[in-house]
Design a protein around this ligand. Sequence first.
Ligand code: UTP
Length: 290
Amino acid sequence: MKPITKVVIPVAGWGTRSLPATKNIPKEMLPIYNKPVIQYVVEEAQASGMHNVILITNRDKSVIEDHFDHNLQLEGYLANKGKTEMLDAVKHVAEMVNIISIRQKEQKGLGHAILCAKAAIGHEPFSVMVGDDLIFGGTPGIQQLVDVAMSENKPVVGVMEVPWANVDKYGIVDGEEVGNGIYRVNDMVEKPAKDKAPSRLAIVGRYVLTPDIFEYLEKTEPGVGGEIQLTDAMRMLCKERGMMAVKIRGKRFDAGNWPEFLSANIYFGLQDENIRYPLIEELKQFLVLE
Ligand code: UTP
C-alpha cells in the first residue's frame, strides 16, 4: 500500500449531545485543558506522518480552520510584550499541517461526510479520524492502524473492547484474532441489539481506507437513524477487498460524552506539573473518594 499522507477529519455533525455548550461553538473547539479537542486529533495525525488534513465542515465551523491559521495581530501583540513561549505555541498551531476544508452542505451522516472528500483524496489510500475521538499513550492511535495496513495491504478499522451492556451504541466487528490485538474482519454491524452482537469489539473513530470506499458510499442507502452509515459501505469494502481490525492500545476519550470530556480535562491537568498539585487541592474540596 502507498504511504498515507492524507487524513479526513469530519467535524460537520450537530453535536447535540454537547448542547447547549455547542449552540454557537463547535464541539471540536471545546477546550481540553489548554487546547481545543481538534488540536489533539491533528497532533495525532501529524505524529503519524499525515500533513494534509481534509476537514469536512459546515457553515458554522470556520473557527476550526482559523485555529490552524496565523493570527498576525495576536502574534504581533505577544511579540511586543515579549511573551515568547505563548508566541511560539500559537505560531506552532498555524504551522502544523496543511488544511483543506470541504463543506458538507447537509448533515446526512458520517458516511456522507467521508464521501465529500472524494475529489480531494483521488486514488490514494487515506485515513479517517473522527474529530471528537481522542486516543493517548504510546504509539499514536492512527499510526497503529497504518502499521497493519502497510503490512497486510488491506483497509483497517480501529476497535476497542466495550462492556456487553454498551454494544448497541457502536458499530461492532465480527472477526477472528490473527495476531496480538489484530483481527481479520468477517463482517460488521451498526448498533446491534445486545443479544445479536457478534463480539464486544466496538469501532472507534480511526480508519485506514482505500479509495474504492467512495464507490460503496455512493451506493449506500440511508441506514440506522436515516444517515448514510460508513459501516454499511465498509461492509461492502470488506467483502471485496478484505479488512483488518486493530485493538487500539491507549486511553480513549469520547469528547462528545460529558463524563469522558470532563475526565479528559482532569487527565491533562494532572499531566502538567504546573497545575497538577493546585488541581488536586481543588478536587479534594468536593471529591470524596471511597
Ligand atoms: P457523532 O455521532 O458524534 O454526531 O458523529 P455529532 O452530530 O457530531 O454529535 P451528537 O451525537 O449529535 O452529539 C461522529 C463524527 O461524524 C461527524 C461528526 O462531526 C463527528 O466527528 N459527522 C456526523 C459529520 O461530519 N457529518 C454528519 O452528517 C454526521
